[in-house]
Design a protein. Sequence first.
Length: 202
Amino acid sequence: MEIGTRSNTFFYIRSCLESFLKREPIPTPPVDLDWEELFAMLRQQRLVGFFASKSKQANKIWPVAFIEKLRHVRYPAIILGDAYLAELERVLAAFRTQNIPTIILKGWAIIKELYEGDPSQRIYSDVDLLVSPATLQKSIEVLIGLGYIPNNEPHPGFYQRYAIHLSFHAPEPLPFSSTRVVIELHWKLMHVPYFNKFIDIQ
């Protein structure tokens, strides 16, 4: 099904998002709203979990079948998110034990503040952690000690010289899932041309 980006479905999604931000009642959907198209567009834009979390407010204006489809996608995401969070806490505890200051970046940094601590509302594919370049090698050793496997490098030290992060994946999938935790270990925030010696990134 081709999804139109300027259909009444698009405008209804936008109206709903505005109401969520302003903490206003969810708008009444247009009578000719295509609920299948709405669900498909929410999946395309990775908004199913977010809309599912608001479905209690809309149980009188959204069809029951539509709400059930949203929840059917969200509930497994809640279980997966809890498992991901438990693994993240295990990794951070190991970093603390080694006195490695760590900052959580991007998705997982805002889930607690903007998404009520509910990872099902915010799609993610990894965990981004920032450490100091001075503790990078120790951080790598901690992750390897926990069983994480780093991505192959073209040659040793390649990523540290030319990139800003190194990816690691867990050796085993999470319980009741085929998903393996991926950690991107950052030591810089910005891509800076490696050949430019005039830019101090510290």
